[in-house]
Write a protein that binds this ligand. Structure first.
Ligand code: UDP
Length: 412
């Protein structure tokens, strides 16, 4: 059955010295009439990817400010997750359609998960399409339902929208990262825009001293005294790991000592990720200055933090991107960034101001050389980036957006 996640606790007051006092005051004002509001977040996984990352911070902060919060993860077997993966891909444009058997599987698990829900809620927050169908079988359990979409729905395979949207007509709102991701479809519930955010208090983002970071990085092989380029990403064609290696090769022609670290999380049950990991390793061709690591090598949040803190330049050379939490993570650590001009990245990287936006391997290489050869200028740019993240992409801002939404839909 559904798994109830123990998300621990967080104290909003730990943000006192990080975000503006005005924002914290606004949060308390918004939260007062919502005191005791019963909220249940439902999503598909407790580990891996941006959604779980956000919920581990957002859920305890909501609770700390006075709401009564649960987080449930769907129950499912492979037959179900194969269908939800097809839906996930189809909503982003994949051409393969669902057959009737697959729809039946989705509906059977929606009913099963709905039946496993316990308690009564004021608001259900349904994350992405996987749990969207349960409302049909559990409408009475909550007064309000909101759908939080973490992907780009602007160019979907319409078969999937035709399947999904009738299940969501009675939702109060549909939340998107940015306006550009909202599909142009009158059946959609009221769209609301909320970009994601990172948690400055999580082990992934707490401040390390340069010495701590270099010591941890050194444990994994790179020479901490030589320049290091880094990309932290799943091994996925849209993250362009092969292009990262090509860019690094061009940089090395001008800066011979430069090294490259590629850190990517991988699930053992994700054959696509495994295959692309192998292709990345093959492309690196045994070069001793390329370090390819994953969670299978014990690289977890602390190690990702250390690499992001230590790298001379952080790349996020995506060709397609939802938001790109890794960009905010790097900027928050004051590191210069070179990133693809796609998806939510331009919200975070203002070209030439808080980092560099690029469209090609050559451009990426050129910007990396600029950064490595003029670290003083680069670090000023990165510090402006850090300020931009502080003002726009930290968790208290996302918490505020949710509290506002809960008020707006009359959930208080
Ligand atoms: N991540 C990680 N270890 C890795 C690779 C990625 O912890 O080896 C984290 C990364 O730090 C970020 C999240 O996974 O917090 C990825 O989110 P993002 O929005 O960048 O990309 P997505 O994977 O959701 O497309």
């Amino acid at each position: 059955m559904l798994t109830s996640i123990n998300f621990g606790s967080r104290s909003l007051s730990d943000y006192n010295s990080i975000v503006s006092p005005g924002l914290l005051e606004e949060l308390h004002d918004l939260a007062a009439p919502l005191n005791g509001l019963r909220v249940n977040h439902i999503n598909a996984t407790a580990f891996g990817g941006g959604v779980a990352e956000i919920l581990y911070a957002l859920a305890p902060l909501m609770e700390d400010i006075g709401l009564d919060v649960d987080w449930n993860v769907l129950f499912g077997r492979d037959e179900y997750f194969n269908v939800t993966k097809a839906i996930h891909n189809g909503l982003q444009g994949d051409e393969r359609s669902l057959n009737d058997d697959e729809k039946k599987i989705y509906e059977r698990y929606s009913a099963l998960n709905a039946g496993g829900l316990k308690g009564e809620y004021d608001v259900m927050v349904i994350h992405d399409a996987q749990p969207a169908g349960i409302r049909e079988y559990a409408a009475d359990i909550a007064d309000h339902w909101v759908l939080r979409i973490h992907i780009d729905l602007s160019a979907p395979n319409t078969d999937y929208l035709n399947y999904l949207l009738p299940m969501t007509t009675d939702y109060d709102a549909a939340i998107f990262h940015m306006q550009e991701y909202v599909p142009d479809d009158p059946r959609l519930p009221k769209p609301v825009i909320m970009p994601p955010a990172i948690d400055a208090l999580a082990p992934k983002n707490i401040a390390f001293t340069p010495d701590e970071a270099r010591r941890i990085v050194g444990l994994f092989g790179p020479d901490p005294d030589r320049p290091l380029m880094l990309q932290v990403s799943r091994f996925d064609p849209w993250k362009d790991p092969l292009g990262v290696i090509d860019a690094w090769r061009l940089v090395r022609e001008q800066i011979p000592g430069v090294q490259l670290a590629m850190v990517g999380s991988m699930a053992t049950d994700d054959p696509e990720g495994m295959e692309f990991y192998r292709r990345t390793v093959a492309h690196a061709n045994g070069d001793p200055d390329i370090f390819i690591m994953s969670n299978l090598d014990n690289v977890g949040a602390i190690e990702v933090n250390a690499f992001q803190t230590h790298a001379d330049v952080v790349l996020q050379k995506s060709i397609r991107e939802g938001f790109g939490l890794t960009v905010s993570e790097a900027l928050w650590k004051g590191r210069p960034i070179v990133a693809g001009d796609v998806g939510g990245i331009p919200l975070q990287v203002i070209d030439g101001e808080t980092g560099y936006l690029v469209d090609s391997v050559e451009q990426a290489a050129e910007r990396c050389v600029t950064i490595i050869t003029d670290p003083v200028e680069a670090s000023q740019m990165a510090l402006r980036g850090k300020e931009h993240i502080r003002q726009n992409f930290l968790m208290p801002r996302l918490l505020r957006d949710y509290l506002k939404l809960f008020s707006d839909i009359g959930a208080g």
